[in-house]
Design a protein around this ligand. Structure first.
Ligand SMILES: [Zn+2]
Length: 304
């Protein structure tokens, strides 16, 4: 067993309770709980009728079936229930742990104030020179429905529609068309950026098993043109809600934040928060470069 695998196994034994596993397999119902925090009852694995055959010490996270199944750790339990190898049981244990994490997130986020659906749509010009200057193809502008805005609060800016994870339009961001106009980006006052991963709703169900995580809108557009599914934090730091969305995604995440201090710190924090929960790879870009600075071919070389 290599070191990482050993660590993983220990973590599963610590974090995944036998009670949770029994619950997931619908095996908790026939068991009784004692005052000393044990479970006992007829064995739900071999389904015998001895009412004391099966015992679980919840404190020690160990189980035992006297009559037939043997006993052991939470991993032994999954092996026995599923009749699978140790390795397979680890995979299943990880899946259950992930489900538990997501349930926990969902409880936590149940009552948060969400972004409200927008009740209007902007008519945008996909052919504005600024988009050409940023090397955004017409098809890309059309696909993301971005373009120059002639009216309202975003007049004179490139408007970028933002959807929540279910594809509901909740805001427009407005990008200044030159560096003299401040601020660079305008967001609606009540918009909660921390609840959104930009472009998540489009790519979440794609067959593509790999997703590139970047900071900005234009990085997403550039990667799209290079043939990748990409999503953006809209900044360099990850919120709890964004972490939840990433974990739920169940895809390999290629982390490619900007090549500056904020980007590197953001990457560190992200790994701290999520590293043990997601499958990922980090791409460090050269100093002061962001994904949008590269051509499509270069990006394909960098990402592979
Ligand atoms: Zn048994």
């Amino acid at each position: 067993m290599n070191k990482d695998f050993k660590k993983e196994v220990e973590e599963i034994k610590r974090k995944l309770s036998i009670e949770k596993v029994l619950e997931k397999y619908g095996m908790l119902e026939g068991l009784k709980r004692t005052l000393s925090n044990n479970l006992y009852g007829p064995c739900p694995i071999h389904k015998g009728d001895n009412p004391h055959a099966f015992n679980v010490s919840l404190d020690k996270n160990l189980w035992n079936c006297f009559t037939r199944c043997g006993g052991g750790t939470v991993i032994d339990l999954i092996m026995k229930i599923e009749n699978v190898s140790f390795k397979e049981a680890i995979k299943k244990a990880k899946r259950i742990l992930k489900e538990c994490n997501i349930e926990e997130y969902e409880r936590k986020f149940k009552n948060i104030e969400r972004n409200k659906p927008l009740e209007f749509r902007l008519i945008l010009d996909h052919t504005h020179p600024y988009l050409i200057e940023r090397r955004i193809k017409w098809e890309t502008a059309h696909y993301f429905d971005i373009g120059y805005c002639n009216t309202g609060l975003l007049k004179g800016r490139i408007a970028i529609p933002i959807h929540d994870e279910n594809g509901c339009l909740v805001a427009y961001a407005g990008r200044a068309i030159n560096e003299k106009i401040k601020p660079k980006y305008k967001f609606p006052a009540r918009f909660r950026k921390s609840l959104i991963l930009y472009n998540y709703w489009r790519v979440k169900n794609n067959d593509n098993n790999k997703i590139v995580l970047v900071e900005g809108f234009f990085d997403v557009f550039r990667l799209y043109q290079a043939g990748y599914d990409a999503i953006a934090l809209m900044g360099s730091s990850i919120s709890d809600y964004q972490a939840y969305l990433l974990e739920k995604l169940d895809k390999k995440i290629i982390i490619m934040l900007d090549g500056d201090d904020a980007g590197r710190k953001g990457t560190e924090k992200l790994i701290e928060k999520l590293g043990h929960k997601i499958d990922y790879e980090i791409i460090y870009l050269p100093e002061n470069k962001q994904p949008d600075d590269f051509g499509e071919n270069e990006l394909r070389e960098i990402i592979g």
